[in-house]
Design a protein around this ligand. Sequence first.
Ligand code: 3EB
Length: 330
Amino acid sequence: MVQSCEDMLNAPAFHPAPRVSYRHVDVDAALSEAGALAVFSFGAGAALSGDPRYLRVDLECFDAPAPLELWQVDGVVRHGTEGALQWAAGGGWLFVAVPLDEREHGGIRETAALAYRRLREFVGQRTERHVLRIWNYLGAINRGEGDAERYKQFCDGRAAGAGDFFADGFPAATAIGHHADEHRLQVYLLACDQPGMRVENPRQVSSWHYPRQYGRTPPGFARAMTLPAQDVLAISGTAAVVGHASAHRDDLDAQLEETLANLEALLRHADMAAGFDTHSPLKVYVRDPADAPRVREFLRQRLPGVPVLMLHGDVCRSELLVEFDGWRYA
Ligand code: 3EB
């Protein structure tokens, strides 16, 4: 869109992006930080808290002790719960999480549909209605054959529940399998009262164009999202997918290299400077705990200085051994 100088000057300033950091502090200390919008812990050993800004993510961390992840915004943060939903809002940003138990809702498909219906209804009545980034964590993600695989059922339910939620375009997303109570589905999102800019990866087919072999309902997610102030890229789950195919079956090192090539291509396509550094907090999801030391060595050599949280998680295609997601701050 072409804007005159006057329009630009009169336009509202873009909200600074949430600051994302990994912290070795306790939950109450993290929640007491200025502008704390959300705090995440990882693994079954994490502390409990009833604060709606706090979510215990069902993924074990390979680092001990596991840090917390903290999101901070500029502005006063309000928070609350609404049924199963927990939310926090401030500075133009909104965090919403919906943890559900499949046993109460009739399986992964119906539970995913319910989660997305609830999120759509809640976000739909907020001013922060632009969903920029979503995370999905479910149990036993690769169990079942063909269209019955739980990830594919999740994709069916997600699309059914989302309805026209993403009519303007899909958010950036992650979908990973956890090893906690397999009935637990955790979905959480970051939304804003200003839109972001979707970024696709020229090396990869867009997810909503995946061919039929990947399921009845293609997954719907953008490869990345430039946040409104345009100085932060929110990076979706990124693995060794080239075109639409999984590359380098059974070869961890080659999958790591291919994944890094995909991440670098995303930065180029988003017009961001090359490389990841201390300003790019990432997560790496590793399927087989036995691979963790090799992944750590790869990170040390190829992504030195990058804050990385290493988590035990299954990528949604059983042949993929590793996946990254995260943030790149300009
Ligand atoms: C891929 O490139 C890997 O279903 O929301 C990555 C990010 C993947 C998000 C999702 C799936 C999702 O297709 C899988």
